[in-house]
Structure formats: structure tokens, C-alpha cells
Design a protein around this ligand. Sequence first.
Ligand code: DQA
Length: 147
Amino acid sequence: MSEPVVLLLSGPNLNLLGERDPAVYGAETLADHVAVASAAATERGLALEHVQSNHEGDLVDAVHAARGRCAGIVVNPGAFTHYAWAVHDALATFDGPIVELHLSNPAGREPWRHTSVVAPVADGTIAGFGGAGYRMAVHAVADLLEA
Ligand code: DQA
């Protein structure tokens, strides 16, 4: 039997991690974070799939494709966090644990980052722990799946 799949979704500009504002987002690349998330998934008997897009509709499509197929979702929606209601609505149709993830702590940054339209449809949020958050988020999904 194949392992349950956790979908890791990465929103806009996260493809530039490593180059983009390292003082805020760290020196690791997105590939580094995906490797950490994959290792955590393996540890918990899960498989990890990763989708990154700079386009809102691609993230909506990825959530639709996960419905009935993936066990859980970890989502760092990037700036879509703060206004992308279509991502909110898509996630609301997903029947499984959803963990919102941020490298930085948006609550401690500019006021426009204080609102998350994803938070109301997530089981919880991990923010401000840098790359360690990727490991934490996968473990949070695994814990919720086991609960
Ligand atoms: C981010 C926080 C968002 O406010 C920002 O737009 C990002 C990255 C984070 O991981 O800290 O692109 O989601």
C-alpha cells in the first residue's frame, strides 16, 4: 500500500527563496525546504508532493487535484495569504488537515500582512520559525491525521 500524500503548496515569489530578502526569509532555497518537509514526511510514513506557483489559479487547481487524493495540505501561500479568497474557497473544499505556514511572522510585520484569508480554513498556523517551520508543519499534519 502506498503512503498517504501530503501536498506542500508554495505561493508566489517563494521560488526566489535564497535570493529574496534573506534577512527576512533566510538563506535556504525552496528546494532546501522541500527536502526538509520530505524527510519529515518520510519519518511519519507519509509521502510529500510539492507544487509552487506564482499564479493564484494554479494553486486553486492544485487544491482541487488534491481533493479525495491527498491526506493533508501544508500551504505557504506567500502574499496570497493576505487577499486570495479563491485560495480560501478552494481550501474550504478540502476534506483533511490543513496547516498554514510562513517563514516569517506576518503578525510582527507590516499591518497589511496581519490579515490571513487562509487562516479561517486552516487547522492552525506555524509562523516565524524560518525553515524549521517546514518540519513542524509536516509533523502537525501527521499528528492531526493520527488524532
Ligand atoms: C510569507 C509571508 C508573506 O507575508 C509574504 O508575502 C511571503 C512569504 C512567509 O513565508 O513568511 O511571500 O508567506
